[in-house]
Design a protein around this ligand. Structure first.
Ligand code: S3P
Length: 185
């Protein structure tokens, strides 16, 4: 099955973009993010799409963006936090190297904060976040091959845990040292 080397799912603010970019660097591959694809294609922010056309319209754009990225991108891919709500998307993710980055509510409030550009958390973020997670936790788990709890970890540590979870590390012997740094026995 061709497609991304890693697909990151999980709630907004968990660090999918930061960790995804680190992973792409570590793996020497490209990084892609479906939110950014939608913003680029539409020429407006996600908040504007929600306000102007509503969440259903955004979800339709998201479904198409996810399909395109999952079938066309071969590097590291992050999906928007709500992408897994779509049954066709969940089906598309079956059997792929999907990692669910999780965090608890205190960590979420700390990271996303009260002053958020994310439309779904604009009012009462703590309660909204709990409600979102009650609806989505099982969907993230369902599509994921592995779960990485990010609470209290730096992005570099999360990236390491993802590499371990997907067994994406090259054995040390397979890495060709740069010229001049070969081991002399
Ligand atoms: C959403 C998450 C956001 C973005 C939109 C809706 C969600 O993406 O797609 O605001 O429903 O959880 P991030 O998870 O990248 O912030």
């Amino acid at each position: 099955m061709t497609g991304p080397l890693v697909v990151l799912v999980g709630p907004m603010g968990v660090g999918k973009s930061t960790v995804g970019e680190l992973l792409a660097e570590r793996l020497g591959t490209g990084y892609r993010d479906t939110d950014a694809d939608i913003v680029a294609a539409e020429g407006r922010t996600i908040a504007d799409i929600f306000v102007d056309d509503g969440e259903d319209h955004f979800r339709a754009l998201e479904r198409a963006a996810v399909r395109e990225a999952v079938t066309g991108h071969t590097g590291v891919l992050s999906l928007g936090g709500g992408a897994v709500l779509d049954p066709a998307t969940r089906e598309l993710l079956a059997g792929r190297p999907v990692v669910y980055l999780s965090m608890d509510v205190d960590e979420a409030v700390k990271r996303v904060g009260l002053n958020t550009a994310r439309p779904l958390l604009a009012v009462n973020p703590r309660r909204q976040w709990r409600e979102l997670m009650d609806a989505r936790r099982s969907l993230y788990t369902e599509v994921a091959r592995a779960v990485v709890a990010t609470d209290g970890l730096f992005p570099e540590e999360v990236a390491e845990a993802v590499l371990d979870a997907l067994e994406l590390r090259l054995p040390a012997g397979d890495i060709t040292p740069p010229p001049g740094q070969e081991k002399t026995v």
